[in-house]
Design a protein around this ligand. Structure first.
Ligand SMILES: [Zn+2]
Ligand SMILES: [Zn+2]
Length: 232
């Protein structure tokens, strides 16, 4: 009969998602605490989901190397991770790293499959750990705050550009009798190639190619009852 599991132990056994399975397989017992702290933290402790993705995968790689038959020593695991995952790295270098890992007894295919995406980490944080980012802010508060940041930056850019051009026209370096500057932050979705303004992005809560954006712009939008128009 074993003792009752402690808090940390219970926590690692509580979820069966990919991150949970990695914690068990690689013995990353402190990972949940670290993820929670890094994601909800403030100031310099705070990490983005992409950074967390990188951190988790480097720990996975590091653990896989440490657990291998003849662990390599003195290797730069961060550099190895970059060689394995960065699209900008030539396939020759990637294969070289894979061979080195295989020689040390690391199951490269399993390890690569164990790498997690930032989306997986996000759903683990929210779904399994019940963590929420940004303190007590709700989604709409966070959107409002982001909107203010983007639009004040937009306005500032507009003012600075206008003043700069005005100085040039005053000095007759530029001939422009009257002018107006437009600044609109544009965002492109790398997945579908759509361009949208930052305002549209925030309003739709994402790109239209993603499920959430469709729900936000379609299902939840209030339309006047007499309207029979179909949207899109
Ligand atoms: Zn989980
Ligand atoms: Zn898209």
């Amino acid at each position: 009969m074993t003792a009752l599991p402690g808090d940390a132990e219970r926590e690692t056994k509580a979820c069966g998602c990919k991150v949970g399975r990695l914690i068990e397989r690689y013995g990353l017992t402190d990972l949940n605490d670290e993820l929670r702290r890094r994601w909800t933290g403030t100031g310099t402790e705070r990490r983005s989901l992409r950074e967390l993705e990188r951190n988790v995968n480097i720990r996975v790689l590091d653990s896989a190397i440490a657990a291998s038959e003849s662990p390599m020593t003195g290797e730069n695991v961060e550099a190895m991770y970059r060689f394995l995952t960065d699209d900008g790295i030539s396939s020759g270098r990637r294969i070289e790293v894979e061979r080195r890992l295989a020689r040390a007894g690391v199951n490269v295919e399993t390890t690569l499959n164990d790498f997690v995406s930032h989306q997986t980490i996000h759903s683990h944080l929210r779904g399994c750990l019940g963590a929420s980012c940004g303190g007590e802010l709700s989604d709409s508060e966070r959107l409002e705050k982001a909107g203010k940041t983007v639009f004040s930056m937009q306005n500032r850019t507009k003012i600075i550009a206008s003043e700069t051009i005005q100085r040039l026209t005053d000095a007759d370096t530029v001939s422009l009798p009257d002018f107006e500057v437009f600044v609109e932050i544009q965002v492109t979705c790398e997945e579908c190639g759509r361009y949208m303004t930052a305002a549209t992005l925030l309003e739709q809560q994402g790109c239209r190619c993603q499920g959430k954006a469709e729900r936000a712009s379609g299902g939840l939008a209030e339309r006047p009852p007499e309207s029979t128009e179909t949207v899109d």
